[in-house]
Design a protein around this ligand. Sequence first.
Ligand SMILES: [Zn+2]
Length: 380
Amino acid sequence: MTASLEALVAASGPGATPRAGAICAHTHLYSGLSPLGMPAPPRAPKDFVEILQLVWWRLDRALDEATLRASARLYVAEALLAGTTTLVDHHESPRFIEGSLDVLAEESERLGIRLVTTYGATERNGGRDEGKRGLAECERFVRAHRASPRVRAMVGLHASFTVSDDTIREAGALARALGVGVHVHVAEDRADVEDAKRRGYEGPLERLLALDGLPRGSIAAHGVWLEEPSVRRADAAGAWLVQNPRSNANNRVGWPRALWASEHVALGTDGFAADMREEERALAEQAKAHDARDVEAVARRRAGGSAMCGEIFGVRFDARVGEGSAGDVVIGAPDAPARHVLVGGAPVVRDGALVRGDLGEIRAYAREQAARLWARLPAA
Ligand SMILES: [Zn+2]
């Protein structure tokens, strides 16, 4: 422990202990404004695909640079205040692709959080050309951040069911050439499985593997509809799975019944605010209700997230500052809100307040941009 960390702990009073910063292993910074009065969809979605079509795909098409910036800034601010020090982001803004990842990185660096981002290439709006533009944004950004201490990137695909075989092959080849993984939604809903079967594959994971679209170190978010053999295949391929219990319950896509079979599962919020204590509470409750085999689910997902980020950044994600450690540490009483937060050994939250930003100003900017965004929705 370094002198500064010891001093912070000592000054924090009885019961204050350092713990490793929380890791949100799958989320969407672009949805950061959605809690600020996002209008209801034109009609009630009848299934998961309609939730995407009527809610999230309308939102992502309406994003421009300013609304994305405000969204990311608010999301990052609230994450840090909740003691979350790493966000693994999956981004889409189809009308603002080129340069969009720079906005996310600038907002993360402004407040001091650690970020792993990607652009989720898709063909759902503009076909193959849209897919190529998404992959090009990933390539440009990965190359620019190879040696960045706190911002890294992967190659991204939205999901198997919104891309062609060619885009999957290109994503896999690009990721291998760049030495990174592919971050993609896999089997979040039964619709993704049915689509892969219609294309002649056993499921979306098998389709991605068959097309060389999932190099080692890739992230398959959700895996709700993966059966045990598929989870074991993901493990053998060196892929990480990420469970998102609040989102899965909210979208009524089901309980991921085979994730217990892998030690490579981390926890994400899938766009919900990145307060990992809330997400862990939801996980513990749901695991108890659904699956007696998923013992120690919370501890296992935490370990999964630390190992995943260790692989990406090449340092240990523990409660230390110094040689070989990320230096992402939260100080406070156990189960209490974060009092002080360090990222890379530098303070980013002190006495419950942001060191490098003003929450009141961030919220005011977010409200202003949210009003603009909601006005843009009908045309999206
Ligand atoms: Zn997601």
